[in-house]
Design a protein around this ligand. Structure first.
Ligand code: AMP
Length: 428
């Protein structure tokens, strides 16, 4: 039997309402902050990710799905979206159209990681990127959007962690200080952290190894060494978050793995999803566009993992969707009326009513069982004495009441059902 590839998952019909609810919240909240949706290809030139994310990162070093296509070009399935948005931004000269451009996206991503709960090889992210202003207003805005989306899902056990990475020159200076501090303890570090010591020393803070954590516990922290401008911007971000009632804590050890970050960086973690607890992360990346060959353009953004968010919703039972209903079930009372029932179903489906009928030649009793199982609001009976006298019976399932309609007045039935369905959506 052929099975789905390790680390990938089918999203089955029963789960789809949750995905759709999440997607509609994402669309609504981003739109209210005037972010516009962007969709980019699933694969890109490998070089885009190597140059933006950085060669020494886990993503580029070991997680990318990279292959040569038939013309021998190196292609990579996108492991994250910021690089693709940056590429599209440069390619379509967005910076020349208007000084500030705000994008959001919902898209599958691909990383060859060790699969576990909340960690897949194909997963989905939504996120936003604001390109064109160094203002900390946008850093705060991005964090507020992320927090608002998660709060709209009724998630409670959330912690917003923020930090500032400063600009590269202050960071380089700090890296030397950290290297000096750790130099005589280097041999006690795990193998991974020893590698990071040489290549990407900040990432030692991300180590999950207890002894590594013990060793870096008392190390100097980056925030004490960042430049004045970064410090002032960070103060403003904190003030804006406070004013917008977003609870946060400063985590001086939050460094994140990607090379292109500058200044503000943040993560939102959930206490309800086990070890893979980061629901979203992001920050400022003022050098990325220039690094990719565009005109200098500051940017800030975040990405959120949709599987993990839905896992948190499930664990907190925070997303109670009402039981799904169909609007109308058409019951075939007489066997020779199959074609008529089919015609009626096609007719009623015109107004986007959700209509179902029997395709399996079932008895009237079995059809009614099916109508109940599908939570039908109305059942239309086609056949029997009524049909002979050119009438149809409509049953209102919530009350049991039955209404009689002349066969030629289908429009009346449709208007009645439509009116009732419309009434049941107070926010429609
Ligand atoms: P990153 O792009 O690594 O900053 O990740 C942003 C968010 O995407 C994380 O906080 C996770 O929620 C989610 N994420 C990252 N990698 C995976 C993965 N392999 N499987 C599921 N979700 C992921």
């Amino acid at each position: 039997m052929i099975k789905s590839i390790t680390g990938t998952k089918d999203i089955l019909p029963a789960e789809i309402p949750y995905w759709q609810r999440l997607e509609s919240i994402v669309e609504k909240i981003f739109s209210s902050f005037n972010y516009k949706e962007i969709r980019t290809p699933v694969f890109e030139e490998t070089n885009l990710f190597v140059r933006s994310i950085g060669e020494e990162t886990d993503i580029v070093g070991k997680e990318m799905y990279t292959f040569n296509d038939k013309s021998n070009a190196s292609i990579t399935l996108k492991p994250e979206m910021t690089a693709s948005v940056a590429r599209a931004f440069i390619e379509h000269s967005f910076g020349k159209l208007q000084p500030l451009n705000k994008f959001y996206y919902i898209s599958p991503m691909f990383r060859q990681e060790r699969p576990q709960a909340g960690r897949q090889r194909q997963f989905h992210q939504f996120g936003g990127e604001a390109l064109g202003s160094p203002s900390p207003l946008l850093d705060a805005e991005i964090i507020i959007i992320a927090f608002r989306i998660l709060s709209s899902l009724n998630l409670k056990d959330l912690t917003v962690k923020i930090n500032s990475l400063g600009i590269p020159s202050s960071r380089e200076n700090y890296k030397n200080i950290l290297r000096k501090h750790l130099d005589d303890k280097k041999n006690q570090l795990s193998e991974d952290s020893r590698k990071r010591f040489d290549k990407n020393i900040l990432r030692i803070f991300d180590s999950k190894v207890e002894l590594d954590q013990e060793i870096i516990k008392n190390a100097p922290v980056l925030i004490d060494f960042i430049d004045e401008e970064s410090k002032n911007d960070f103060e403003l971000v904190k003030a804006l978050l406070k004013q917008s009632k977003v609870p946060f804590e400063v985590d001086t050890k939050l460094v994140r793995g990607l090379d292109y970050y500058t200044k503000t960086t943040f993560e939102i973690v959930s206490g309800k999803v086990g070890s893979q607890n980061a629901l979203c992360g992001g920050g400022r990346y003022d050098l990325l566009i220039e690094q990719l060959g565009g005109a200098p353009t500051p940017g800030v953004g975040f990405a959120a993992g949709m599987e993990r968010i839905l896992l948190a919703c499930q664990n907190e039972k925070s997303l109670n969707l009402p039981g799904e209903k169909i609007d109308l079930y058409i019951t075939r009372v007489d066997e020779d009326l199959t074609q008529k029932v089919f015609e009626l179903a096609v007719y009623f489906r015109q107004e986007s009513l959700i209509v179902e009928l029997d395709y399996l030649g079932r008895s009237v009793k079995a059809q009614m069982r099916e109508a109940n199982k599908l939570n039908a609001r109305f059942v239309l009976f086609v056949g029997g004495e009524e049909f002979k006298s050119k009438k149809l019976i409509l049953k209102i399932m919530s009350t049991g009441e039955q209404k009689e309609y002349p066969l030629e007045e289908l429009n009346e039935i449709k208007s009645f059902i439509y009116g009732e369905v419309y009434k049941s959506y107070p926010n429609y």
